[in-house]
Design a protein around this ligand. Structure first.
Ligand SMILES: *[C@@H]1O[C@H](CO)[C@@H](O)[C@H](O)[C@H]1NC(C)=O
Ligand SMILES: *[C@@H]1O[C@H](CO)[C@@H](O)[C@H](O)[C@H]1NC(C)=O
Ligand SMILES: *[C@@H]1O[C@H](CO)[C@@H](O)[C@H](O)[C@H]1NC(C)=O
Ligand SMILES: *[C@@H]1O[C@H](CO)[C@@H](O)[C@H](O)[C@H]1NC(C)=O
Length: 494
């Protein structure tokens, strides 16, 4: 889930400035220096790591979690700096694979699904769901009939947080929130969970507090996984697809360089716990077609484990640091339960960098390491935020932005290797006329990307401030209307 836009946002202006300058410096040195595709990755990694380590302290209001998950002692989020990706080669030969016959000529805006109308029934038919399950075809996600399905998702946060259930259920009926999502023109939802939620839920040591689902009495006295079941059912009933995302290990709001959750294991939750959690989730939803895929791990990034700083690497570093290897293991665990899950895999540097995947692409199997190869289910995931550019964001120019995105991960679609799902991106509604959003929007259109906006929620959730909205949240504070309808209109354009 997300990055901690809030934590980032809350950083003092001075810190943001420093961050912005850092980004600029890194981008400039990458572009001016080696340039092109020759930027030594190790150098880049080191730069990124030091940028992360050196960035200003962010802030999290109300860091102390309530009842469950007291382990949030490492309260202070850190603002994550992210290097502007190195400028790289430019390729515009995106060659859209258009096979005659089995593919819809031009997918309508909104893809094969999204009901954009004003449906009023809480439990609609499943008419809008494409022919599931989905698979990949070159750089596209397609359904069983070979029709392109463009994912236009929104993140519904909360399952990873200390209440262990998606947000808003204390304020609004589940069906109402699900309906809002379809009215917003989305066709799928990114739902989050923590390893802690799954592991404790299975052991029966985690309970959903009544106040967390106060507006939905039928959910009282359920475990977190049962609430997740109910949420997924409600979403699929209105024709929405679901992608389950492993956001954190600890149940908390995340993602900084100092929240101890940057890798796929932590001091408290081992890699085995992670794999176990995927095992549980993948088995549980193996017969729920609306669960189209899994996000194996959110924003892998430098972190601290066992008292030492560690940075995930792609295809290097051995079992404790090699993210590519870990993703293949978890992908294997998931696919052993159902080979038709889409598997979403994020790169290093908080899902901004897939450069090394060019030389070391992921290979998925149904069961790691010896299961049969599973082709056509891998989707790479990337994240991109307004806040990462500090005060320079609104001055962003399209050409350099495009070059940077293409070099980092856009190459995946340009070379027709696999689809890329922009799994998180977000902007404050009052910055939609600025350079970053205009560039982002144009890039998504030009590259025809699948995406997921961050985020739906009408408040900041239990580990931050329930009485305040998140600037990026689309719903208003009572979770039954749009806070900034113009933002919904922006999203309907892509
Ligand atoms: C974090 O924010 C709180 C409340 O806004 C403030 O009191 C505190 O000093 C801040 N801490 C840092 C490290 O900025
Ligand atoms: C709902 O949609 C129908 C047609 O699709 C339209 O006639 C009607 O005015 C709409 N109602 C509202 C409240 O937008
Ligand atoms: C989720 O990710 C965390 C790391 O952020 C990891 O520790 C945990 O095991 C993962 N859980 C699952 C079920 O993937
Ligand atoms: C949210 O929007 C709905 C629908 O427009 C409205 O009825 C409600 O009062 C709004 N809530 C808040 C807190 O603004």
């Amino acid at each position: 889930m997300v990055p901690a836009p809030a934590a980032r946002r809350m950083a003092a202006p001075r810190q943001r400035l420093a961050l912005g300058l850092l980004c600029m410096l890194l981008a400039a040195s990458a572009a001016a220096g080696e340039g092109g595709h020759g930027v030594p990755r190790s150098a880049k990694r080191a730069a990124v790591a030091s940028a992360v380590a050196g960035s200003g302290a962010g802030n999290r209001t109300a860091a102390a979690p309530a009842t469950v998950g007291k382990r949030d002692e490492h309260a202070q989020g850190r603002k994550r700096a992210a290097a502007g990706p190195a400028a790289g080669r430019k390729r515009d030969d995106a060659g859209k694979p258009r096979r005659r016959g089995d593919r819809a000529p031009a997918p309508a805006p909104g893809g094969a699904v999204a009901p954009l109308g004003n449906t009023t029934t809480p439990a609609g038919s499943k008419l809008w769901l494409p022919a599931l399950p989905l698979k990949t075809w070159g750089r596209y996600i397609v359904d069983q009939r070979g029709q392109r399905v463009k994912l236009r998702c929104v993140a519904w946060s909360g399952g990873q947080d200390v209440w262990m259930v998606p947000g808003g259920l204390h304020r609004q009926k589940l069906w109402k929130i699900a309906s809002m999502i379809t009215w917003g023109g989305f066709n799928c939802v990114r739902l989050h969970f923590s390893v802690e939620m799954v592991v404790r839920s299975v052991k029966g040591s985690a309970w959903v507090q009544q106040k967390a689902v106060a507006a939905n009495p039928e959910l009282y006295n359920k475990g977190p996984l049962e609430v997740l079941d109910a949420v997924i059912k409600a979403l699929s009933d209105v024709g929405l697809m679901v992608i389950i995302d492993n956001h954190t290990s600890d149940a908390m709001w995340c993602c900084s360089g100092f929240d101890y959750n940057g890798l796929w294991y932590t001091d408290k939750w081992s890699e085995a716990d992670w794999l176990h959690a995927w095992d549980v989730i993948a088995r549980r939803y193996a017969w729920t077609p609306a669960v189209i895929g899994v996000g194996l791990r959110n924003e892998p990034r430098p972190t601290i484990v066992g008292g030492a700083a560690r940075s995930p690497m792609w295809g290097a570093g051995g079992p404790g640091l090699d993210l590519a290897l870990a993703l293949e293991k978890a992908g294997g665990a998931v696919l052993s339960h159902r080979q038709s899950y889409l598997v979403f895999a994020s790169g290093i540097t908080a899902a901004r960098d897939l450069i090394a995947a060019r030389l070391r692409p992921l290979v998925l199997r149904a069961g790691w390491p010896h299961g049969a190869h599973v082709n056509n289910q891998l989707v790479y995931e990337a994240h991109e935020y307004f806040m990462w550019y500090g005060p320079l964001a609104n001055a962003m120019q399209y050409e350099p932005f495009k070059l940077a995105m293409d070099a980092s991960w856009g190459w995946v679609v340009l070379t027709n290797t696999a689809p890329v799902w922009l799994g998180e991106f977000g902007v404050q509604p009052w910055d939609v006329h600025g350079g970053w959003w205009q560039s982002m929007k144009r890039y998504i259109k030009e590259r025809d990307l699948d995406w997921s906006y961050w985020l739906l929620d009408g408040d900041q959730g239990p580990s931050r401030n329930m009485n305040a909205r998140d600037d990026l949240g689309l719903l208003n504070h009572s979770w039954d209307g749009w806070e900034h309808p113009e933002m919904i209109e922006e999203l309907k354009q892509i």
